[in-house]
Design a protein around this ligand. Structure first.
Ligand code: GLN
Length: 489
């Protein structure tokens, strides 16, 4: 199987051609998980019974000669902040210990209806706050390319599983880079859709004005196939708009003459190998007949503080619901209700989550609201305008996904500010609600993957996936290198 060709389509043609049954395929993945998950720590909950039950339904359909839906029978995973009825959803936090949702997130409902085979729920930074998966109460997930490095975060478990061949694809969430950064660290493709394109009903909220759900896959076509199935309008999410869902049919569109914006603000402070890979990608696009245009994004310098002020403010409000009464964990002994809530939250939330709740409460408190929260909201408008102006001159923007490659284990526990700074290239699109896809574009001196982003205008997913797919073809998937281990077909 060539790594840059659709894994989803080739698995489905194997199923349809009766080369393998869905039960055999599912068992092969479950065996691979038993063998490799102890070293990757990608999965926090395995769901073999549900997976085999779905596989059985697919095999029955195949036996009856029925056609399969686009994702039917394909083994996959969900980040553990996507609600799954009767299956624990912990957000990798002690405070949600024992919590089992009574309903499905819309994205899972859509996939379940077409017999997607859920292998299990994957590891993440606690409540999606982090960049290495190491704030998880289950410990971090390893990078399949190098086990001494992290898979990234916060959707690190999805990337570790997909990169380690323990799932064909997965869904993660991206509030400030959590799909694109782990995809970049693990040599995968990850799409953060336009705000409103994919329903967030059932996604445990971190920062509601920024959160989006999207796919992580091994190649661009699979990202398009998955996105097209999940971008439906949903009356259960008041911010849902839905989208066309026809990106897969535009992958092969010609890209000659398309204008790719390059902003110097995105190219500052990069690790030299990352910079070289981006420069090389620019040359590739030029050779493909695209035009590189210089653009300027002056307001980008405000993006990081704006993100951390708004995200923490929204988190402090969203996480108010974990009081020890309604969900999960509750402190054992306490004097009164106030003491119970205090003890539950102190023991239930990890250090990073507590830091963000405190920061968020601070920037929202009277006296500081104008100086921080309101100012950040105003600057958000400037950042939105800066991108709007840029898109008057180009069709898409090319930028690194992260200034660096995967961190060694333990790096993010040293200085939170240093870690926050590595989100500089991913947070701007969340602030503006724009779509961006991260695709592999090189390797560093340790052979760790490098990723780049194609950023599009609102609802221009088809355009950025088209540019991404054409790049993958032009470079013959040389950067989508598969690692050993996991399922081997
Ligand atoms: N690393 C960023 C943060 O810590 C992004 C997280 C996310 O997208 N969920 O907030």
């Amino acid at each position: 199987m060539l790594d840059y060709l659709s894994q989803i389509r080739s698995l489905q043609s194997m199923l349809q051609g009766k080369e393998i049954s869905c039960t055999q395929l599912t068992r092969a993945y479950l065996d691979a998980m038993d063998r490799d998950n102890p070293k990757l720590n990608a999965y926090v909950t395995a769901t073999p019974d549900a997976a085999l039950a779905a596989a059985k339904r697919v095999d029955e359909k195949l036996a009856n000669g029925e056609a399969l839906s686009p994702l039917e029978g394909i083994p996959m995973t969900l980040k553990d902040n996507i609600s799954t009825k009767d299956i624990p959803t912990t957000c990798c936090s002690k405070i949600l210990e024992g919590y089992v949702p009574i309903y499905d997130a819309t994205v899972w409902k859509l996939l379940k209806e077409q017999n997607a085979v859920l292998l299990g729920k994957t590891n993440m930074d606690e409540f999606a706050m982090g960049s290495s998966c190491e704030t998880s109460c289950f410990g971090g997930a390893a990078n399949p390319h190098n086990l001494d490095h992290v898979a990234g975060g916060s959707s690190g478990g999805v990337a570790s599983a997909v990169g380690g061949n323990l799932a064909a694809y997965g869904l993660g969430s991206d509030t400030g880079g959590s799909i694109r950064q782990p995809a970049s660290f693990c040599g995968l493709v990850g799409l953060k859709p336009t705000y409103g394109a994919v329903s967030r009903f059932g996604l445990v909220a971190y920062a509601s004005s920024l959160d989006q759900i999207g796919p992580i896959t091994t190649n661009v076509e699979d990202t398009a196939l998955v996105y097209d199935q999940i971008c439906q309008y949903d009356p259960m999410d008041s911010t849902s708009k839905g989208a066309q869902g026809d990106t897969a049919s535009h992958l092969k569109d010609p890209v000659q003459g398309k204008k790719i914006g390059i902003a110097k603000e995105y190219l500052e402070g990069l690790k030299p190998e990352v910079e070289a890979a981006i420069q090389q990608a620019m040359k590739t696009y030029e050779a493909m007949g695209c035009e590189l245009v210089e653009i300027s994004l002056p307001a980008l310098k405000y993006a990081l503080p704006v993100y951390y002020i708004l995200a923490c403010a929204e988190a402090s409000s969203n996480l108010g619901r974990y009081d020890g009464i309604r969900y999960g964990y509750q402190a054992d002994s306490y004097r009164n209700t106030h003491d119970m809530i205090c003890k539950t939250r102190s023991a239930g939330f990890g250090k990073e989550v507590q830091r963000r709740i405190l920061l968020g409460t601070y920037v929202l408190s009277s006296g500081y609201y104008d100086a921080y929260y309101k100012k950040a909201q105003n600057l958000r408008g400037s950042i939105v305008r800066t991108f709007r102006e840029a898109f008057a001159h180009c069709d898409a923007i090319l930028a690194p996904t992260v200034p660096t490659t995967s961190f060694p284990k333990g790096f993010t526990s040293q200085d939170p500010i240093v870690t926050y700074q590595t989100d500089i290239c991913t947070v701007p699109v969340n602030i503006c609600g724009l779509p961006a896809v991260s695709i592999p574009c090189g390797f560093d001196e340790k052979n760790l993957p490098i990723g780049m982003q194609l950023i599009g205008n609102r609802f221009a997913e088809a355009n950025i996936l088209n540019l991404a797919w054409q790049f993958e073809q032009a470079t013959q998937g040389q950067f989508n290198k598969k690692v050993e281990g996991g399922l081997a077909l």
